[in-house]
Write a protein that binds this ligand. Structure first.
Ligand code: TRP
Length: 487
């Protein structure tokens, strides 16, 4: 009897410990996966940061932050500092985004474009992937339907939102062989087990669907090819649902790299050759695996000369092991060193790919209180909703007001639950002071829930009318955004 109790207690405690360490199972399952194609969405952002090793955004590091930065809506990133450095030093960087051409464009989609615009204004050149192959694979949209949707729903609105056609190139996945070739090539560096663990793909998963993430990796990496602008950092602003693709792509890029740079435990950096079929000969590895000292020394001389040009005299090469230690280098110098080694890799015939940088935004709540979705028109505002449709949706939206006016005056409203307020915050007002005043007045009961909705309707009216005017200005001219291979 006692052992049964002990065992029960043990199992309960074990479960608690397990939950504490690994987190409670939730929509993403015990192994906490993000499914980019699911209609579920996790909004536990702290947890996402921890679980997937994202970096929180440091607002003070961002020059001329946008409203989305200032309000903490862009909450995390990977390697954003590399892009911020390019901005500071006025060196080249690219921006890549992609759209799924199925369904209508709504407010939620506009957030990425706001970010793209910000990067563009800070010097980035922009590539926009129309994910027509992905829409075919995962949404059964034909390529021609995809094209129509992309142009009439998305690109026209991107133009209206203010992307600059002079540095924007819209292309179609199905029409850019370089993307497909890169996807295929990168596919050599992964396997089904990795796809199972990242995406949960299984035996019955359709093979076109399996290819979609590789094509997306091709999208993300191809701006670094010589014909699309060459070696430079690329930033991909996305919602967290797309992070699995970034994790995959970053992993693929680093697996192709011929030189690995690691921090040394005792300080400094360590460069190591990564021997692969493609480079075995140049790196002095003979077909039977033995070391060819002469070739190894040639490559080492090249690396040593790069390192000494960066100003480090104190280096410890070990050609036999294929490593070079640079005790004096700091992680700050890592980027420059990596850049030089990627250039060398390219000279020697390798791909020389830099892992992509990324930023992540929070999702705006759906108007009904749950997730925004094109397939549920009541959950969001479409870019071409009439003022009447928009007003109806705002009036019906989830509110943070109290049950009665008397109670509301006494207790105040709850902005964290109020859709109208949050839509002002996410979309319809860029003026921080005004927004703070509205927040205060709502929280201490001066503004009623209905009044909050009216403020939102008024601002949204201006926003939608402006957008529709700009769409008219661009109509018949959106070809200006298309790249040559899009026709
Ligand atoms: N998978 C993205 C979506 O579902 C579309 C996409 C394709 C994309 N390629 C991309 C997004 C590259 C960002 C970067 O919306």
């Amino acid at each position: 009897m006692n052992t049964v109790i002990e065992l029960t207690v043990f199992i309960c405690l074990y479960h608690r410990w397990f939950d504490w360490v690994y987190g409670k199972p939730d929509v993403m399952g015990t192994d906490y996966r993000i499914d980019p194609w699911s209609s579920q969405q996790s909004t536990d952002y702290q947890r996402l940061i921890q679980k997937f090793g994202l970096e929180p955004v440091d607002l003070s590091s961002i020059p001329g932050p946008s409203a989305l930065h200032r309000r903490g809506i862009i909450f995390a990133h990977r390697d954003l500092d590399i892009i911020l450095n390019s901005i500071k030093n006025k060196t080249n960087f690219g921006v890549l985004t992609g759209l799924m051409p199925s369904g209508k464009m709504h407010l939620g989609h506009s957030m990425v474009i706001e970010q793209v615009k910000w990067f563009q204004e800070h010097g980035g050149d922009v590539n926009v992937a129309v994910a027509d192959l992905e829409a075919l694979a995962t949404r059964s949209k034909s390529l021609s339907e995809g094209r129509k949707t992309a142009m009439e729903e998305y690109i026209i609105n991107y133009a209206a939102l203010g992307l600059n056609p002079n540095s924007t190139n819209v292309y179609f996945q199905s029409k850019r062989p370089q993307v497909q070739r890169l996807a295929f090539t990168l596919g050599r560096k992964t396997n089904l087990s990795e796809f199972e663990s990242i995406y949960g793909f299984q035996g019955e998963t359709n093979l076109a669907h399996v290819q979609a993430p590789l094509i997306q990796a091709g999208d993300i990496m191809h701006p670094q090819l010589e014909e699309f602008g060459g070696l430079r950092p690329i930033v991909v602003p996305v919602g967290v649902d797309q992070d699995p693709h970034l994790r995959l792509t970053r992993g693929l890029a680093s697996k192709t790299n011929w030189f690995n740079i690691k921090d040394r435990k005792k300080g400094g950096l360590n460069v190591a050759l990564s021997i692969q079929d493609e480079n075995a000969k140049v790196f002095g590895v003979s077909p039977n695996g033995s070391l060819m000292t002469e070739s190894r020394n040639i490559i080492f001389d090249k690396i040593k000369s790069i390192i000494s040009q960066l100003g480090f005299a104190d280096i410890f090469p070990n050609p036999k092991h294929g490593t070079i230690e640079i005790p004096g280098a700091t992680s700050k110098e890592k980027f420059v060193l990596r850049n030089e080694l990627l250039k060398l890799e390219r000279e020697l015939g390798g791909m020389g790919l830099m892992p992509p940088c990324s930023t992540y935004h929070r999702f705006a709540v759906g108007m009904t209180g749950d997730k925004m979705s094109s397939s549920k028109p009541e959950t969001t505002i479409f870019m071409d909703d009439s003022i009447n449709e928009m007003s109806k949706k705002v009036k019906r939206a989830h509110s943070g007001g109290q049950a009665t006016v008397e109670e509301h005056r006494r207790l105040g409203g709850d902005c964290s639950k109020d859709v109208a307020f949050q839509y002002l915050e996410f979309f319809f007002t860029t003026d921080d002071k005004e927004l703070e005043e509205i927040r205060k007045d709502y929280e201490n009961g001066r503004i009623l829930a209905g009044e909050m909705k009216q403020i939102c309707i008024d601002k949204a009216t201006i926003w939608l009318n402006d957008l529709s005017e700009k769409r008219d200005e661009w109509s018949g001219r959106i070809d200006e955004f298309l790249s040559n291979d899009a026709f």
